[in-house]
Design a protein around this ligand. Structure first.
Ligand code: ACO
Length: 345
């Protein structure tokens, strides 16, 4: 079947008044290189004990030269497509959440090319550690609006390239990786139950990856600002306070909006920033520890990748099962934060 008739058939099957979202597959990828807390303490004045007790992190993955966001995102997307059992020609949209693209003009089209997704449109979306959640929400709206039938949402980041490896207050937190979900439109049910999202640029200075803006000359009297970025700058305490205040509030608002409660939740999948943040949010929402998924210990904060990386692990080891209710929230630079309530399957 040609693409045009294939797509026409897929779209004909849909009653546009009742389009819902269905979750079909997940995938992830992390680089092989492991940087343990002990190894970091050879570089900066810190210890495994300090990092573990303040963050919950034991080790993180660091990209080698070949493991850029395009490569990692491609590998995560491929495994999600395999789980969904999709013909690659039927993918309509590839949405890549990243703050560290391999190409500043966008890395999603390179992933499209590597996948051979010839009928898809692909673009990047940047919202730091909220990126995956914002991309998932964006994708759901395209699906519910009837524009696309099959979407791959990827979160991938390589913050190791932008960390100041001499700054012990921030370099201990971050790692590299990618995760992806395969989602599609359906008339049978809607497993994207609800969402909320927010930004506050007034507090943006708490966490930045700023451009350098070095003044240089093109010719006399014509200056330009040369490219490049300064390493990550972070006020850890303010980011911490922001997260433990806003994340419970937005999840609570979402529960009220959707008429669900925290008791209905099988799994809380938060952006993996710090175990103490996860515990505090769980306490405030009265969600027991057994329901709060965490893989921070192994991967640290992989920025836009943490949520799908965590979901993929839990789906593959049979913790997240068909029809489980998942409350998820991303938060980070911007400042930005958001939440979504979904049912797996
Ligand atoms: N090893 C040893 N000592 C350290 C280290 C370290 N790696 N880092 C800081 N310290 C010291 C400080 O110098 C300070 O010492 P002092 O009291 O003598 O001045 C002491 O430890 C306490 O420092 P705090 O900054 O108060 O430590 P805190 O308990 O707040 O933990 C942390 C710091 C882990 C960064 C925490 O604030 C945090 O997790 N904040 C959230 C950060 C975050 O999640 N950022 C990413 C957001 S997502 C995104 O968009 C990318």
């Amino acid at each position: 079947m040609t693409y045009i008739s294939n797509k026409k058939k897929l779209l004909e099957e849909i009653n546009f008044n009742q389009i819902g979202v269905s979750f079909k597959g997940s995938g992830s990828y992390v680089p092989d290189q492991i940087l343990t807390n002990q190894k970091i303490s050879q570089k900066v004045d810190t210890s495994d004990e300090w990092i573990k007790s303040r963050t919950g992190i034991s080790e993180r993955r660091i990209s080698n030269l070949g493991d850029n966001v395009t490569e990692m995102g491609y590998k995560a997307a491929l495994t999600a497509i395999e789980m969904a059992n999709w013909d690659i020609e039927t993918v309509d949209l590839i949405l890549l959440a990243t703050s560290t693209p391999h190409d500043l003009f966008g890395s999603a089209p390179s992933i499209q090319a590597k996948l051979g997704a010839n009928n898809a449109v692909a673009f990047d979306l940047t919202a730091a550690c909220s990126g995956f959640l914002f991309a998932l929400i964006t994708a759901s709206q395209f699906l519910k609006g009837g524009s696309f039938k099959r979407v791959i949402v990827i979160g991938a980041d390589q913050l190791s390239s932008f960390v100041d490896w001499n700054d012990r207050r921030s370099c201990i937190l971050f790692g590299d990786g990618a995760g992806a979900l395969a989602i599609e439109a359906t008339n049978e049910y809607d497993n994207f139950i609800g969402f909320d999202m927010s930004t506050d640029g007034k507090r943006g200075s708490f966490l930045n990856l700023p451009s350098k803006n070095n003044k240089e000359k093109i010719i006399d009297n014509i200056d330009f600002s040369s490219g490049g970025f300064s390493p990550i700058q972070m006020n850890g305490q303010e980011v911490y306070k922001f997260a433990v205040r806003e994340v419970p509030l937005i999840l609570d608002k979402l529960f009220r909006k959707t008429k669900y409660s925290s008791e209905d939740v099988n799994w809380l999948v938060l952006h993996q920033a710090n175990q103490r943040i996860l515990d505090s949010v769980g306490d405030k929402l009265k969600i027991p520890k057994e329901k709060i998924l965490s893989n921070l210990e192994k991967f640290g904060n992989t920025s836009a990748a943490t949520i799908p990386l965590m979901m993929d692990e839990a789906i593959r080891n049979n913790r997240i099962r068909q029809n489980d209710i998942i409350a998820t929230s991303g938060f980070g630079a911007g400042l930005s934060w958001g939440a979504a309530l979904i049912k797996w399957g």
